[in-house]
Ligand binder design. Structure first.
Ligand SMILES: Cc1cc2nc3c(=O)[nH]c(=O)nc-3n(C[C@H](O)[C@H](O)[C@H](O)COP(=O)(O)OP(=O)(O)OC[C@H]3O[C@@H](n4cnc5c(N)ncnc54)[C@H](O)[C@@H]3O)c2cc1C
Length: 475
């Protein structure tokens, strides 16, 4: 029986396993290796806290590219949404824990079916994959941290985002109970200092927002200071207007200058219409991967340094209700956001001090009774602290993309080695493709990748729906 191993059991890995089960016409064994985050839920949907909402409306969160209404239809099976009209339900930002239930249910139905039309074996191994050895054209060996090794005919890397980078610190922080290195493990809320204390949050993005709304939900009162290089907060979702596609024909290979000019013109036009200029960014969504791939390396670097932060806050928006909570905290003076580059952390008996440099280059210091690292995933892959990627890089099994943001793949998700050849039977999807595709972190992209790579690994012709049809529900 053919064996396919998947490393990583978040949305990407789980939905690939589901699609393998959906499309395989022969007996198949799927081995999923997953660590740290709960199987099926992964980092994003592993939270049990109800105040953590999806940042994409329900209508866009189907796990299947070929069934656009699947998530909304599933929500309709739950009594909690009986009082909500269909139109309202489609626009709702649902708790991420419920989305995790949805993916787990899909996984149970497809991977442990009551009746199977063919022989499917599914095995979940809770362990960390630390290395991969290519045995021959038909066999790949995966080395596990605690449970020896397993062999498979093909392997998918679906490892999600890298863990956050360690911050420079004069003393070890790992065992300091006043420091949280992993904000997605929400057990740290039990260690918060008493009301009236001071908390410093490193980072001002979506993870910081999660922390603020949970403080609000548990009624923690005290002073919070959040710091990031640009000090920008995520923007709120809003009800937009129908706006025409504005990219010129043949837009695939636009230079950055031209692209910026076209986008700016449309932002200004929207402002003149008293509309939110973010609509111009939303209209790029279906084309973003192609636009990114058409840019030169210099243009990509320029884009990141000049527009990266603005892009992130405009593109990755949050539900209005969540935005309101953050704004309320700011208005009450309980949350302060400052721009600054974090230089080091220093622990003392009474506090953890965060040393930073402000935008004028002056030194500053924040003192926290508790510090939470919300700086987000390590962005440079060559500095990955994953044993698996360190080994794959040093053994030249994978190669880094030109931006050092992830790994190189071909158009069929086959991993490329450092001489740009596909590595036999090794595939990758999801956030590790960021340098190649840029937009590859959210469900609207990942559901398509999971279906396509499953069909490719089964040696079938990919059968994604027509692109026009997809575009309608991916914004
Ligand atoms: C807090 C948060 C909220 C988000 N909200 C949304 C949203 O509302 N809508 C949306 O579309 N997107 C959202 N996203 C984007 C999200 O990244 C994707 O939707 C999706 O969950 C990514 O899934 P993944 O499987 O690629 O990665 P992950 O969910 O990170 O899963 C990867 C899994 O692989 C495991 N793993 C990694 N390395 C190894 C190894 N060597 N051995 C074994 N296991 C390994 C990890 O521990 C983890 O369990 C959010 C992301 C975050 C972090």
């Amino acid at each position: 029986m053919r064996t396919i191993a998947i490393i990583g059991g978040g949305f990407s890995g789980t939905m690939t396993a589901v699609n393998l089960a959906r499309f395989s016409e022969e007996p198949l064994k799927i081995i999923m290796i997953n660590t740290k985050r709960p199987f099926g839920r992964g980092t994003a949907y592993g939270t049990a806290r109800r105040e953590h909402l999806l940042n994409v409306a329900a209508r866009n969160m189907s796990a299947f590219p070929d069934f656009p209404n699947h998530f909304v239809d599933w929500l309709r099976t739950r009594s909690d949404f009986d009082h909500v009209s269909d139109q309202e339900l489609r626009e709702m930002f649902i708790p991420r824990a419920i989305y995790g239930d949805y993916i787990r249910l899909i996984a149970e139905m497809h991977l442990r079916p009551v009746h199977s039309r063919f022989q499917l074996q599914f095995e979940l191994i809770e362990d960390e994959a630390t290395d991969i050895e290519l045995e021959n054209t038909e066999s790949v060996r995966i080395v596990l941290n605690n449970q020896g090794s397993i062999s498979a005919n093909a392997v998918l890397l679906a490892t999600g985002n890298q863990p956050p980078a360690a911050l420079p610190s004069a003393s070890p922080l790992a065992f300091d109970l006043r420091y949280c290195a992993d904000p997605w493990d929400t057990s740290f809320f039990e260690r918060l200092p008493p009301h009236g204390s001071e908390i410093v949050i490193l980072g001002t993005g979506l993870t910081m927002v999660d922390v603020i709304v949970t403080m609000d939900a548990i009624g923690w009162r005290g002073k919070v200071t959040a710091i990031s290089r640009n000090g920008m907060l995520p923007q709120s979702h809003f009800r937009g207007i129908a706006y025409p596609d504005y990219l010129p024909v043949g837009m695939d290979a636009l230079h950055l200058d031209k692209l910026v000019q076209v986008v700016e013109e449309n932002c200004q036009r929207l402002v003149r219409m008293s509309q939110n200029p973010a609509i111009a960014i939303d209209k790029l969504r279906p084309h973003t991967q192609r636009l990114w791939q058409g840019l030169s390396i210099e243009d990509k670097k320029d884009f990141l340094s000049k527009y990266g932060a603005r892009w992130n806050v405009t593109r990755h928006r949050i539900a209005q209700s969540i935005h309101q909570k953050v704004t309320d905290r700011l208005d009450e003076g309980m949350l302060q956001v400052i721009p600054g580059t974090i230089e080091s952390l220093v622990t003392t008996e009474n506090s953890i001090n965060v040393r930073y440099r402000d935008q004028l280059g002056n030194e500053g210091q924040l003192s926290g009774d508790f510090v939470v690292n919300c700086t987000g995933p390590q962005s440079r892959f060559s500095r990955s602290n994953s044993s698996l990627y360190r080994n794959l890089i040093s053994n030249q099994i994978i190669s880094l993309d030109d931006m050092d943001m992830g790994i190189r793949i071909d158009d069929d998700f086959a991993v490329l080695n450092d001489v740009e050849e596909p590595v036999g039977n090794l595939y990758a999807i999801g956030p590790p493709l960021k340098g190649t595709l840029w937009e590859t972190t959210a469900v609207p992209e990942l559901r398509g990748q999971a279906m396509r790579v499953a069909q490719i690994m089964l040696n079938q012709m990919p059968s994604l729906p027509e692109e026009e049809y997809l575009i309608e529900y991916c914004i």
